[in-house]
Design a protein around this ligand. Structure first.
Ligand SMILES: Cc1cc2nc3c(=O)[nH]c(=O)nc-3n(C[C@H](O)[C@H](O)[C@H](O)COP(=O)(O)OP(=O)(O)OC[C@H]3O[C@@H](n4cnc5c(N)ncnc54)[C@H](O)[C@@H]3O)c2cc1C
Length: 408
């Protein structure tokens, strides 16, 4: 118990950490009070019901952006490290929790969840508790999505994914691993078989550099899924500045490779959690900024220098590639982690309404327009975001399913 930290919390009536800082509005003051009173079980239940992935988000959230960054004590003192207390409560609670039917609102309804990542896991908990018969499908053999197949074990222990597998098995929630919807089974058949289908299929399609020789590069996501399947060689270059790039470089250096991250802008522009960048540096990863790749060749990459330019009209600083600065940098493996987007191929042959950018048109409750009983959530409709935002998005879709099918 860390009561010294807990007692620093002001138990705000309008807690900014929860209301403004947290996408799932974690009830921080209520849980903090229970913690102070030593009621850890009740605190765990409160947190789990609000966010079934509380034990995970307390570990992987960029808390400076969320709860910690919004604590009122930020102004003069040191903010409360709520995420540490949340991990203590939820990290223990998850491993002995048994799912229970809490209502019969969705009794008799069969609901298919496509994707067993944060969306599928959290939605399965809420829908099961509301009385539904829940069936999960995933292209991967086991549950967890990015939590199991993306975030490296040195950052997130796989025991958290295992805990959900056990919990679901005990509750009788069916899981069909190794089934790719759109290939092994159609969305139309799921939609016909189930009362509702929720697609939480993530964003796994890598964006491309669009430069010559790119086919020589290794994509970061397949590498992170099974690092041991890749012989990296002596020197690795990772291109990118987001969390995937940080996980890729930190994994490569653990494989014994001299590892460099090349990024076309500055450190301030990197979308990665700044803590992750610091951790990567501490691991020994080296960084080169203002470097844009222009060609991948046998044995290395041609980069061109970049610079920041302030437009004359005073607009936003832009990063410009400087012509005539090409230089070849040797490496044995090039890992690319530019960005990812969802794969909407599973909508092929369905009357789903897609917008001009090829994304599904959805309602406020995230129901897909043109399909009578299909919803979307998480990275699949937001693009690559965070675990806590995926859970928040799953909650919107589940609330809409309850609104339509619920009997209460
Ligand atoms: C390497 C990496 C590191 C990250 N680090 C962090 C972090 O530190 N903190 C943080 O908050 N967020 C992080 N994120 C982002 C976070 O993991 C995602 O935002 C979150 O996992 C999204 O959850 P999801 O359920 O929408 O999708 P996912 O976790 O991607 O799960 C989608 C699931 O759907 C399955 N699927 C896809 N298509 C099909 C199909 N056609 N049929 C059947 N199944 C299918 C996939 O196999 C997968 O299991 C990271 C992401 C990556 C890639």
């Amino acid at each position: 118990m860390n009561n010294t930290e807990a007692l620093r919390c002001l138990l705000c009536k309008k807690p900014k950490c929860a209301l403004d800082g947290c996408p799932v509005h974690t009830p921080v003051p209520e849980a903090m009070l229970l913690y102070r009173q030593g009621k850890l079980e009740e605190a765990g239940e409160l947190l789990f019901r609000n966010n079934p992935l509380s034990a995970v988000t307390s570990l992987v959230c960029d808390w400076k952006q969320f709860c910690y960054g919004h604590c009122v004590l930020n102004v003069k003192k040191v903010p409360v490290r709520w995420y540490e207390i949340e991990q203590e409560i939820s990290g223990a609670y998850l491993f002995h929790h048994r799912l229970q039917r809490r209502s019969s609102e969705l009794s008799g309804k069969r609901i298919a969840l496509v994707g067993a990542g944060p969306v599928g896991l959290s939605a399965a908990v809420w829908l099961y508790e509301a009385g539904a018969d829940v069936v999960l499908y995933d292209a991967n053999p086991r549950m967890g999505g990015v939590l199991r197949y993306g975030i490296p074990a040195f950052r997130l222990d796989k025991k958290y994914c295992d805990a959900f597998e056990q919990m679901f098995q005990q509750a009788g929630i069916e899981f069909h691993g190794g089934i790719e919807v759109g290939k092994d089974i159609t969305l139309a058949s799921l939609s016909d078989t189930y009362d509702a289908v929720l697609l939480g299929a993530g964003a796994e399609r890598p964006a491309t550099l669009r430069i010559p020789g790119e086919e020589r590069a290794v994509q970061a996501l397949p590498f992170l899924k099974d690092p041991s399947a890749f012989a990296l060689g002596r020197k690795v270059i990772v291109i990118g500045g987001g969390n995937v790039a940080m996980d890729a470089c930190r994994t490569a250096i653990r494989q014994g490779a001299e590892t460099w991250v090349y990024y076309r802008k500055t450190f301030e522009n990197m979308p990665a959690n700044p803590l992750e960048v610091e951790e990567a540096k501490a691991d020994g990863v080296q960084f080169r900024v203002f470097q844009a790749p222009v060609e991948v060749r046998e044995g290395g990459v041609v980069f061109r220098d970049c610079e920041n330019v302030q437009p004359e009209d005073g607009g936003r600083v832009v990063t410009r590639i400087i012509d005539g600065t090409d230089h070849f940098v040797e490496c044995d493996t090039l890992l690319t982690a530019i960005s990812e987007k969802p794969d909407f191929g599973l909508f092929a042959g369905t009357p789903a309404v897609m917008n001009q950018w090829g994304w599904p048109e959805i309602s406020e409750g995230q129901q897909v327009q043109g399909l009578s009983n299909v919803w979307v959530a998480g990275d699949f409709c937001l693009g690559p975001k965070t675990v806590v935002e995926a859970v928040a998005s799953a909650r919107i879709a589940v609330a809409d399913i309850l609104r339509i099918f619920g009997t209460c």
